[in-house]
Design a protein around this ligand. Structure first.
Ligand code: FAD
Length: 396
């Protein structure tokens, strides 16, 4: 392929551009802002750092956070110490870092908005600054608000979350996560190098923006977070359902979607940065080999079963109950009580424990109540061997 056009210079587009330019392709990347403060927590988990060590080994400003405070809807508190830090960036810095790498690899960056695309002919076309141009392949990396959808459907309300938040000129050393009663989502406070990113995310089909605003206001007042001089934002976040991941078309003959545009986000946690960067890398590699058809199978092998797993349990996690209390409340209580469960949750939060191997770790290490709790959230049956002669771990 001689020429590839990438629409969007966020993490997915920048990484895809870098891969393709390194492989010797002519790459034009368009972003209406280039490096900007896109509404985001900015937190990268250990799996992102393991896969892309340059995200930690660089001189760009960032904050490493090792502890998370969890607060239940009934105000129980628990602290998790994570084995590996969450690396938190301002998005202007993170996007800048990834775009610098793309430019250094030979990718041509242009600050422009792409208005329209057309993929009907063999060569896809796109309209920028009033002029139609063509390319050999079109990468749509335009994020969750993307309206450029060649031959695929937009995300529906139940496949999206609303988010609202503030960038607050204040410092902290740990992450805070607050759960809310009967609420599919959570409030977060992520400390960055020189400010906090504080916000709320909630299912778009279950909650209104006024509801989100009210919860966030109560939280910032209670935690004495001063929002008078803070910048307010709202944005959307993909929250894929099983059908989104299994049925929605993300690649065609001469185009493909990456990152948020493809809805590669963990619907339980809202983590999207890793999936954006990884999907950009995998598409870039497939295109560099001249085999775009390899992209979906590579995504499947890399992470889509993890996202499907999360999509299956998300409602039970936020809406379910265990022994008469909300699942999220029980989780906070068990973290306080059981060191083994605390360690497991620390691994999950930092990104060293994935969902698919969680099952193996359950029985034998944790007591019966906590194993039953996790099984009920994950909808698992306890194996027969675990029912006989099971010894309760501390905290059970
Ligand atoms: C409030 C909030 C908090 C979040 N917190 C976290 C977190 O802590 N950790 C985490 O892992 N994930 C988080 N996410 C998710 C994460 O922000 C996204 O998954 C990630 O940014 C996706 O990267 P992307 O490159 O696919 O899209 P984006 O980062 O959205 O980039 C898309 C780019 O395309 C450009 N663009 C759009 N349309 C056009 C056009 N027509 N022409 C030219 N350019 C265009 C935009 O300017 C933008 O730069 C959060 C999301 C939200 C909304």
């Amino acid at each position: 392929m001689a020429e590839i056009a990438i629409i969007g210079g966020g993490p997915s587009g920048a990484m895809c551009g870098e891969q393709l330019a390194r492989a010797g392709h002519k790459v034009n990347l368009f972003d209406e802002h280039l490096a900007w403060e896109k509404p985001c927590g900015g937190g990268l988990t250990h799996k992102a750092i393991q896969c892309f060590p340059f995200l930690l080994d660089n001189s760009y400003p960032k904050k490493l956070v090792q502890s998370v405070e969890l607060i239940s809807s009934q105000d129980h508190h628990a602290t998790l110490e994570m084995p590996h830090p969450i690396v938190i960036y301002s998005r202007t810095v993170l996007n800048g870092l990834l775009l610098d790498r793309a430019r250094d690899a030979g990718c041509k960056l242009q600050r422009s908005r792409v208005m329209s695309v057309n993929t009907e002919a063999a060569k896809p076309r796109y309209c920028v600054e009033g002029e139609w141009r063509d390319a050999d392949f079109l990468v749509v990396a335009a994020g969750a608000r993307n309206h450029l959808l060649p031959e695929t459907r937009p995300l529906q309300r139940d496949e999206l979350e609303m988010t609202q938040g503030y960038f607050v000129p204040q410092n902290a050393d740990s992450i805070t996560i607050k759960f809310l009663p009967h609420f599919e989502g959570y409030i977060w406070s992520f400390p960055r190098n020189d400010h906090l990113s504080v916000g709320i995310c909630g299912s778009m089909s279950s909650h209104t923006s006024a509801e989100l605003r009210g919860h966030l206001q109560t939280f910032v007042e209670k935690h004495e977070i001063k929002t008078e001089n803070a910048k307010f934002y709202s944005h959307v976040l993909p929250s894929p359902q099983v059908r989104t991941l299994s049925e929605r078309t993300v690649v065609g003959q001469n185009w493909a979607l990456v990152g948020d545009a493809a809805a590669w986000v963990d619907p339980l946690t809202g983590e999207g940065l890793f999936y954006a960067i990884r999907s950009g890398e995998l598409l870039g590699r497939s295109l560099a080999e001249g085999c775009p058809e390899k992209y979906p199978e590579r995504i499947k092998a890399a992470f889509s079963s993890e996202l499907e797993f999360a999509a299956r349990i998300v409602r039970r996690f936020y809406r379910g109950s265990f022994l008469g209390s909300a699942v999220t409340t029980r989780m906070v209580q068990f973290i306080r009580r059981s060191p083994v469960f605390r360690q497991l949750m620390g691994d999950l939060f930092s990104g060293t424990q994935d969902y698919s191997t969680l099952k193996r770790r359950l029985w034998g290490q944790l007591g019966i109540t906590i194993s039953d709790f996790i099984s009920s959230v994950l909808n698992l049956d306890r194996p027969a061997s675990a029912r006989i002669g099971h010894t309760g771990a501390s905290g059970d």
